[in-house]
Ligand binder design. Structure first.
Ligand code: TXA
Ligand code: MG
Length: 352
């Protein structure tokens, strides 16, 4: 039988206690600017194994090491190029993860046996205080149960992992709302493995045009993608999602036809405030539930709201949800990548 843990809530003024729990081998979730992470001592293979067990995460999907200063970077990564240093200078602390050659001191458990390591310096006062207090890099995946959307509020963490982890460092909602951008910076030609909190256009101002892994747009991943996590079906609610790739306005014409075809279907829509205004008159006759996810004019607002919206879609008794799509520029690229994955782009059914 699985043991049920007492998940302690640490308010912001008890960072030291949360750090002590981590130094003793415990698992403590903490806020970052992107999403909540499930942190453990990244130098302790047993603690790292416990993170995989708590999440139900496949062992071949490596973890990101979270650091608080440049010295920690030197202790986990090798062959740090000038371009990588320039990127760290420009975007750290912040929602950018860089993949380096792995330092021999990094445990196999962290990297899934790869010879690379993913590193990020988060920009959230509590995350930085926690890492400083532990005085070691924290290995931390997003603090959701495998297959759930990442947690953007501490309540989401409690829902998913309460009773399975030692504590939650309780911060507010996350500012960015989607995970970090991941760049492989080994060699001279950086490659984007996952779009995220730093728009690629910003990075390209420094690097010039970037190579993009096919997963970036949310395409079906190859069996062995560059970022192993991209092959899993992420962020997926139980209810099927259908992306509406057409003109958003045309959805208002389509939905009544669809409802007429199957009068018993309970139709939901996930959309911007702008489209919600157009669809409002269809509720509750044609549309059973309207989930409003920020303004179309501000994709960063949609990113912040996205995972909370995906979480609330389940439990509405819907048979299908139509999802508005937005242009894949700026933060829109990360939003659409997550939506494509939630709609089923990915080979295997377990997420991370
Ligand atoms: O914003 C974020 O990145 C959040 C917060 C908590 O920092 N973390 C996060 O972790 O999203 P996780 O574990 O949910 O996703 C990490 C991704 C996975 O897709 C994994 O495959 C990839 O990073 N990754 C980790 N190490 C890698 C490596 N050495 N090479 C390539 N991809 C790697
Ligand atoms: Mg994750």
């Amino acid at each position: 039988m699985e043991t049920v843990k007492n998940t302690e809530i640490f308010p912001a003024d008890r960072v030291e206690e949360a750090a002590r729990r981590i130094r003793e081998g415990g698992l403590v979730a903490f806020p970052t600017e992107t999403v909540y992470g499930l942190g453990c001592d990244g130098t302790d293979p047993a603690a790292v194994a416990a993170v995989y067990a708590a999440k139900g995460r496949p062992a071949d999907n490596p973890l990101i090491l979270h650091i608080a200063d440049r010295e920690m970077l030197e202790s986990v990564a090798l062959e740090i190029t000038g371009k990588a240093r320039a990127l760290a200078e420009a975007f750290w602390p912040g929602p950018l993860t860089l993949v380096f050659r792995r330092h021999p001191s990094v445990p196999d458990a962290v990297t899934g046996g790869l010879d690379s390591v993913a590193v990020r310096m988060p920009d959230h006062p509590l995350a930085r205080a926690l890492i400083r207090a532990v005085r070691r890099p924290l290995a931390a995946p997003s603090a959701n149960r495998s297959g759930q959307p990442s947690p953007t509020r501490p309540e989401h963490v409690l829902e998913d992992l309460g009773g399975r982890i030692d504590g939650i460092l309780w911060g507010g909602p996350c500012r960015v709302g989607v995970e970090s951008t991941i760049l492989d910076v080994r060699g001279l030609d950086p490659c984007v493995l996952r779009p995220g909190g730093v728009p690629l256009e910003e990075i390209e101002k420094i690097t010039g045009p970037l190579r993009r892994d096919p997963c970036v747009r949310g395409a079906e991943a190859p069996a062995r993608p560059q970022a192993p996590g991209m092959k899993y079906r992420h962020y997926a609610p139980q209810v099927p999602l259908r992306l509406w790739e057409d003109d958003p306005e045309a959805l208002a014409g389509f939905l009544p036809e669809e409802a007429a075809r199957d009068p018993r279907a309970r139709i939901g829509v996930l959309c911007s405030r702008e489209l919600a205004v157009r669809l409002g008159p269809l509720v509750p006759g044609t549309v059973s539930h309207l989930e409003v996810c920020g303004s179309r004019a501000r994709p960063e607002e949609m990113a912040r709201a996205l995972y909370g919206c995906l979480r609330s879609l389940d439990g509405q008794g819907l048979s299908v949800v139509y999802v508005e799509t937005i242009p894949e520029t700026g933060m829109g690229l990360a939003v659409m990548n997550r939506l494509r994955k939630a709609a089923g782009g990915g080979r295997e059914t377990e997420g991370t």
